[in-house]
Ligand binder design. Structure first.
Ligand SMILES: Cc1cc2nc3c(=O)[nH]c(=O)nc-3n(C[C@H](O)[C@H](O)[C@H](O)COP(=O)(O)OP(=O)(O)OC[C@H]3O[C@@H](n4cnc5c(N)ncnc54)[C@H](O)[C@@H]3O)c2cc1C
Length: 295
């Protein structure tokens, strides 16, 4: 069977794209491997109407709403390859099955690669975060650390005093110049130049190379992000360079540089969130639908 649209990724962005197409009575296939980016966090914040809910509940509600439409099919698994075929696309699944769609929507999100510091990965989403808007408020104006990974961490360190007393651990990742030191001092940020050996304790205490331990309520770090699936590159979609990683170049209707291939959510954003995934997903769904009519 050929679908009007195949959506790769059935989380916030893909679900939102699917909803627009489903409501236009189009035949939609969603392929989802089930590894949302925020699966490490117990609560999701900052998405209007859903603030503070477990992220899996928000996704499950979205999926239930979408699957109420009889013209939507859901497949659990991974899309491993995609290529153009005639005036549409062919998608190969991990199971070996091949599906055909007139439009493709890439909504597979990104994966985070953390710096290799002992104790960091197991605290990811619990007391180590990247997004202050998502998890800063819950730290109750407590003791916050920023673990530097590059000069971009300066931006992080300048923001975080709005959420608590902030220490920037430069950890050899960059050396603030005199002007930056002055800016940090104006924001009340303490700069700790000693190397970080590991993260320990109940929350995210920093063990320094010289033997000191700095107790923290939460730690912020900028991961490197990588687009989850190889499909965009296989299809030849153009990418932009962002400060944390590459992301898909899209037009105002979320169409990539390959006509008929749309993208939404974190994979097509310089920095994502649930709200932006849902917003760009809605735009991709409508964009893909209208492209079926007007060209
Ligand atoms: C620790 C942490 C906490 C966060 N907290 C918040 C928060 O509080 N508030 C907030 O707004 N944002 C938060 N975020 C960001 C949020 O998780 C993302 O912005 C959001 O999940 C992006 O949605 P998405 O649909 O683009 O991608 P995702 O939610 O990552 O979903 C992508 C889906 O596509 C699937 N997929 C990928 N490739 C394939 C393939 N080839 N075939 C089939 N399926 C595939 C994946 O398995 C996954 O199910 C947090 C992120 C992290 C890491």
């Amino acid at each position: 069977m050929s679908y009007d649209a195949i959506i790769i990724g059935g989380s916030y962005a893909g679900l939102s794209a699917g909803l627009q197409l489903a409501r236009a009575r189009r035949r939609v296939l969603v392929v989802d491997a089930g590894a949302r980016r925020n699966r490490f966090a117990s609560h999701s914040h900052g998405f209007l109407g859903q603030d503070g809910r477990p992220p899996e509940e928000i996704a499950a509600d979205g999926r239930a709403e979408l699957m109420d439409y009889p013209n939507v099919t859901w497949t659990v698994g991974e899309a491993t390859a995609a290529d153009a075929e005639g005036d549409g696309f062919r998608v190969t699944l991990g199971s070996g099955e091949v599906e055909q769609g007139r439009r493709l929507i890439l909504a597979g999100g990104v994966r985070d690669v953390l710096p290799p510091v002992d104790g960091l990965a197991e605290r990811w989403g619990r007391s180590v975060f990247h997004c202050p808007y998502c998890h800063g408020y819950e730290l109750d104006l407590g003791r916050i650390g920023v673990l530097a990974v590059s000069p971009m961490s300066m931006h992080h360190a300048m923001m975080l005093p709005d959420w608590g007393s902030t220490t920037l651990f430069t950890n050899g990742a960059f050396v603030p110049d005199a002007e930056q030191l002055e800016q940090l001092a104006r924001r009340g940020v303490v700069v700790e130049p000693d190397a970080v050996k590991s993260i320990g304790g109940e929350r995210a205490d920093i063990n320094l190379a010289d033997g000191r331990c700095v107790a923290l309520d939460g730690l912020f770090v900028l991961p490197r992000t990588h687009i989850n699936s190889p499909l965009a590159e296989q299809l030849g979609c153009a990418l932009n360079d962002g400060p944390m990683g590459r992301y898909l170049q899209v037009t105002e209707t979320q169409e990539t540089s390959v006509p008929g291939v749309f993208a939404c959510g974190d994979a097509a954003l310089v920095a994502g969130s649930v709200a932006l995934a849902v917003g760009t997903g809605a735009r991709a769904g409508a964009g893909a639908h209208q492209s079926l009519i007007f060209r």
